[in-house]
Design a protein around this ligand. Structure first.
Ligand code: GLA
Length: 394
């Protein structure tokens, strides 16, 4: 009898425990597409449905890009019961979610802990549980939660607690935890993505509020200067990442047209070495073969998605050159040799310094060529603003 009882109570406990854990929601960095970088505040239901179609027809889905995320500006008004309705550009959110799911993709949405989003639309302040429940009913799989007007609440907390230097941080963390708890309470695995521009080191408290990823910087744009300022500022953050917890240096600009091919290769190389979430932000209907070859390079994606789940970090930097490494499974290492200068440069890595005392096999990710066995120092001639991305193995 006792044995039966304990088996039964175990079964109840197991049933009561959530069917998912943080690392199960995002065991590797999330991949997908987000509406903001291209469509911004003009996005419509039709744009998102056709993006879902093109995720399939371009091969993006099969390359691993699974989430289709509607960013800011889908919201309409709250009714007398506090229920938030979408605006006229999004007539049927449940239908949109069903459509995205019918393509073998996942549905992402956006809100703010503040009263207003960054675009001035309705935020979730005071309606967290109600909104989370509605997202779950719509079949939402991903929430980006953007600080925006909650800056005002931070300022207010500072003004009200003049003796507490942490008041603004604490009120913000509590707001993010409130939504994290509300998402968990829905029982649906919803990936929780924090967007508060890296203020107060979210890599230290993000997992505690139930998040799987958190922005580490202010917004990216489609320029080489901004992209490298963000990417190379990530040095030192690798120890905070791992399965279920990812640093997010913002979405990809590859394919948006204002960087050169070498600059976009640098963008992709840096992001995969950083084990960054890969959220494409381009117009999928205008993807060139070059955009496709960058976003869907199998080896680059495999570096990002490596099951070891380690973020890479800087090995070396000089005025113009940067060398970064990322540990991979099976004793392999990814190496990025970056040239930030205006002319061609030789960039080198000492194979012994990265753990290969007896030489190593080198594979070049962008040329898709095996470079054979090398020993001592390997040098690549790298074009201006370009990169050599290597997979090194014993
Ligand atoms: C902020 C975020 C962006 C985007 C916009 C939308 O700037 O950082 O990624 O979501 O808001 O308004």
């Amino acid at each position: 009898m006792m044995r039966h009882l304990s088996a039964l109570s175990c079964a109840i406990l197991l049933a009561a425990a959530p069917a998912f854990g943080q690392s199960q929601i995002a065991p590797t960095p999330p991949m997908g597409w987000n509406s903001w970088n291209h469509f911004a505040e003009h996005v419509t239901d039709a744009d998102v449905r056709s993006a879902a179609d093109m995720m399939v027809s371009t091969g993006m889905r099969d390359a691993g890009y699974i989430y289709v995320n509607v960013d800011d500006t889908w919201q309409g008004k709250r009714d007398a019961q506090g229920v938030l309705h979408p605006n006229e550009r999004f007539p049927d959110m449940k239908g949109l979610g069903d459509y995205i799911h019918s393509k073998g993709l996942k549905f992402g949405i956006y809100s703010s802990p503040g009263a207003k989003t960054c675009g001035g639309y309705e935020g979730s302040l005071g309606h967290e549980a109600q909104d989370a429940k509605m997202y779950a009913e719509w079949g939402v799989d991903f929430l980006k939660y953007d600080l925006c007007s909650f800056w005002d609440n931070r300022h207010q907390a500072t003004a009200e607690h003049t003796n507490d230097p942490n008041a603004a941080r604490d009120v913000m963390i509590a707001a993010y935890k409130k939504m994290g708890d509300a998402l968990k309470a829905t029982g649906r695995p919803i990936l929780y993505s924090l967007c508060q521009y890296g203020v107060d080191q979210p890599w230290k408290w993000g997992p505690g509020v139930g998040a799987q990823m958190w922005r580490t910087t202010d917004d990216i744009d489609d320029t080489y200067g901004r992209m490298i300022a963000i990417g190379f500022s990530q040095a030192g953050l690798s120890k905070y990442a791992g399965p279920g917890r990812w640093n997010d240096p913002d979405m990809l600009e590859v394919g948006n047209g204002k960087m050169t091919t070498d600059e976009y290769k640098t963008h992709m190389s840096l992001w995969v070495i950083l084990a960054a979430p890969l959220l494409a932000g381009n117009d999928l209907s205008k993807m060139t073969d070059i955009d496709k070859s960058i976003l869907m390079n199998k080896d680059a994606i495999a570096i990002d998605q490596d099951p070891l789940g380690k973020q890479g970090d800087r090995l070396y930097q000089s005025a113009d050159l940067d060398v970064w490494t990322k540990p991979l499974s099976n004793g392999r290492v990814a190496v990025g040799l970056f040239n930030r200068s205006w002319g061609e440069r030789d960039v080198s890595v000492d194979l012994a310094e990265i753990g290969y005392n007896n030489g190593a096999n080198l594979h070049d990710v962008w040329s898709q060529k095996d470079l054979g066995r090398r020993s001592d120092v390997f040098t690549a001639t790298v074009p201006r603003h370009g990169v050599a991305l290597l997979i090194v193995s014993k």
